[in-house]
Design a protein around this ligand. Structure first.
Ligand SMILES: [Zn+2]
Length: 303
């Protein structure tokens, strides 16, 4: 005969009384009920242990001993002697309105960390792929702590009706911290508000593009952090500005020279350190005084 202590260790539920264990095909059915306890009436708060009736509830649990496991729980329905309200006793491990135990969620989350399909995880957990997908939807990805430096960027993901998602990374370690479903200031702030303020205060740098959304989020969520614009975004803006200027200057050129500049514009965009001798010569020729000089032209086009 198993003692209560063994039952508790085996089922992982305190105060569970093991009634029967039965194997049907590949499934182990563990029949149990809870120790009779005093419950508080959800309506009038009167304490009672008066039982109205029992109901059998089947709850899927994590596989054990290489078998699927189903808990067959004899669930009490109490009746309040004061107000007559009928209510079910609380079963630890089984969230309200669920037909799976809490630990099946933990099991699924753990399985999902391995590269495999939801269908496979579902087979292992003895639940449908749809339930696995539902658990994944409910998963909170929020991280416990943030490093000194974080980087935030957006990408086009088209998830959950939102066109853009955010990726939060640790640039020092080159690791992904989290993927956030939305990029609005409100949703980003709500996400970071879920983290400890002390933790947010420890963030020293927030690396981002030059969007006003990220900047305003960083200013309110990371009071001690310096905002760093990722150099790629600055280079891109400089390149765009340079191209606009080049085009407006070129308009003033004769046709032939304009075509030459257009074809050779990459010479002006390339890192001068990386230009070959020939390319340097070509570039200096392009910018040579005598020809309408690009610097003069810029000045002229401003006047
Ligand atoms: Zn009551």
């Amino acid at each position: 005969m198993l003692t209560d202590n063994y039952t508790e260790k085996l089922i992982g539920m305190k105060d569970a009384i093991l009634l029967n264990v039965e194997n049907i095909q590949d499934t182990m059915i563990i029949e149990l009920k809870m120790e009779k306890r005093i419950h508080e009436c959800p309506r009038c708060k009167t304490n009672t242990s008066k039982v109205h009736d029992y109901r059998i509830q089947y709850v899927k649990d994590v596989p054990s001993f290489n078998q699927k496991v189903v808990l067959k729980i004899h669930k009490r329905r109490h009746v309040c002697p004061a107000c007559g309200k009928k209510f079910y006793e609380h079963i630890p491990l089984v969230p309200k309105y669920q037909r799976t135990t809490q630990r099946i969620w933990a099991f699924v989350i753990d399985e999902l960390s391995k590269v495999q399909s939801m269908k496979e995880v579902g087979i292992r957990a003895n639940i449908s792929a749809a339930t696995v997908a539902r658990i994944l939807d409910h998963m909170s990805y929020s991280c416990d702590s943030l490093p000194d430096v974080i980087s935030i960027d957006e990408f086009k993901g088209n998830a959950d009706g939102e066109k853009f998602q955010c990726i939060l990374t640790n640039p020092s370690k080159r690791t992904v911290i989290d993927i956030l479903p939305k990029r609005s200031v409100d949703s980003l702030c709500a996400y970071f508000a879920g983290l400890q303020l002390n933790n947010r205060k420890q963030v020293k740098y927030v690396v981002m593009d030059m969007s006003a959304v990220f900047k305003s989020m960083a200013e309110s969520c990371f009071p001690n952090a310096k905002i760093v614009a990722y150099k790629f975004h600055i280079q891109r803006l400089v390149t765009w500005a340079f191209e606009d200027m080049r085009k407006s200057v070129q308009k003033e050129f004769h046709k032939q020279r304009r075509r030459y500049f257009k074809r050779s514009r990459w010479l002006m965009l390339k890192d001068p350190e990386k230009l070959t001798e020939d390319q340097l010569e070509q570039l200096s020729h392009m910018l040579e005084p005598g020809f309408p000089n690009i610097h003069t032209s810029i000045r002229e086009s401003r006047e």
